[in-house]
Design a protein around this ligand. Structure first.
Ligand code: AMP
Length: 180
């Protein structure tokens, strides 16, 4: 699978919604990718062929779009899936990480025993999009704090105009398919 072909297909299927959820934000709507069987499959084939060489133990996905791509990839690679959720949603004992937003803060959490079966697990973090990198940074800290080893963070889209890579590179490798 050729990266350039995939980039063209993603560009053609991901929908831009201006001023959502608030004025000035251009929202990248991936539902139009998900309901296109050809392109969704193409994307998953590409990710499978990239990550099968990594010999991962787990994939961790960020709520909520990271769940879709992460879980689909996990079954292709035959590895476990671990959800990283907004605070208050996970039922068992959690570890929490707070991070700054433009105004205020948010929190993400992970089950404390998520990687209990494999010591020093090799974990891939996945989400649909990276903007400031705040959510990803907090998520990597969570993974590494409970015995995981985040070896790469993967995003379909990277929003231009942010210095997210500088933030993330100190912790792990970063891979993105398309700059938007
Ligand atoms: P950040 O922490 O700033 O890197 O934001 C990343 C998170 O916010 C991801 O979970 C994205 O899905 C979501 N997000 C941020 N900006 C956008 C956007 N313009 N369109 C769609 N999702 C976004």
């Amino acid at each position: 699978m050729n990266l350039e072909d995939l980039q063209n297909e993603l560009n053609a299927t991901i929908r831009n919604i201006p001023d959502f959820p608030k004025p000035g934000i251009q929202f990248k709507d991936i539902t139009t990718l998900l309901n296109n069987a050809k392109v969704f499959t193409m994307l998953m084939e590409f990710l499978e062929s990239r990550y099968k060489e990594f010999h991962l133990d787990y994939i961790a996905g960020i709520e909520s779009r990271g769940f879709i791509f992460g879980a689909a990839l996990a079954t292709r690679l035959g590895v476990g899936f671990v959800p990283i959720r907004k605070k208050g949603k996970l039922p068992f004992t959690t570890v929490v990480e707070k991070y700054a937003l433009e105004y205020g803060f948010d929190e993400v959490e992970i089950h404390i025993d998520a990687f209990r079966n494999i010591e020093n697990s090799k974990v891939l973090l996945i989400d649909d999009l990276i903007a400031t990198g705040g959510t990803a940074e907090a998520s990597i800290k969570l993974i590494n704090s409970i015995g995981g080893n985040c070896i790469e963070a993967c995003f379909l889209l990277k929003l231009l105009g942010f210095d997210a890579f500088d933030k993330i590179k100190q912790y792990t490798e970063v891979f993105t398919i398309l700059d938007v």
